[in-house]
Design a protein around this ligand. Sequence first.
Ligand code: GDP
Length: 311
Amino acid sequence: MSENYIVILAGGIGGAKLIKGLAKVVKPEVLKIIVNTGDDIELFGLKICPDLDIITYTLASLVDEEKGWGFAHETFNCLSSLKNYYDTGWFNAGDKDLATHIYRTDLFNQGYNKAEITNLICKNLGVKSHVLPMCNESVETYITTPSGTMHFEEFFIKYRCKPEILKVEFKGIEEAVPVKGILKYIQNAEKVIICPSNPIVSIGTILQVKGIKKTLSQVKDKVFAISPIIEGASVKGPADKMMKNIGLEVSCVGIARLYKDFLGHFIIDNRDCDLKPKIEELGIKAYFYDTIMSNLRKKIELAQFVINLKI
Ligand code: GDP
């Protein structure tokens, strides 16, 4: 029996764009957003959850729209001083952002778990959607390059995704169990929407949390995804490079193959419309639309398109 809410699987920046649109076309209260926490990192003794923060700040209308992360009108005074003491100044933590990390770390030290802390942050920032970390356990993504192994955030920010990728590892993923309620929410949702997020280090991480992939495959008729790959390349970020590295075809068809066990419907970009038959050969219903969400209107239009699609 489906209930009156929509489950979303999301990473950071790509996910937040669609979520911004979705929160304008349905009531934000009906969104249950399962967020990747594989990018989480501890720096300056603080617990940092980059994807959770991007989604939360976006829903609170506090995000820096231009950058897609952090607070709007941010200052970086504390980070400048932290550089006197740490060599991790490459992490762009603004002053307002650091307040979130301090609050989160304080709550962790008091014994709260990640889901409880996320609820409190959302409540304090006026977020009405239900934002859930994929798990409470610590999972950290490491990238092996020819010059060594580094945290995903270091690869992403400090090295701007430039080094060759030899291996992607999710440390702690074996112990990860979904936050209470996630599997039931997937089973009972009206629709499940997989954002155009990184298929390896955002959606891929969520899918490796015990039971999530299997539960999605049991309800595949109501699972929708939007391709993060357009004309054989990512819109932004290393998704294309990562797909190539693990031997996947870098195209929306490659994404469809990766998701085929649990995907019922796939929205590809207009520019890839000739690939629709190849996706339908996999038993997935395919649709094409303008999926570049370069402004609020386009985020809303894509969100409305996905919401209008029938199961
Ligand atoms: P991250 O965790 O901040 O890297 O963000 P996500 O994992 O949520 O999203 C990254 C992915 O979003 C990349 O693979 C991009 O190709 C994709 N992406 C970003 N903007 C857009 C967009 O406007 N349209 C589509 N279709 N994909 C996008």
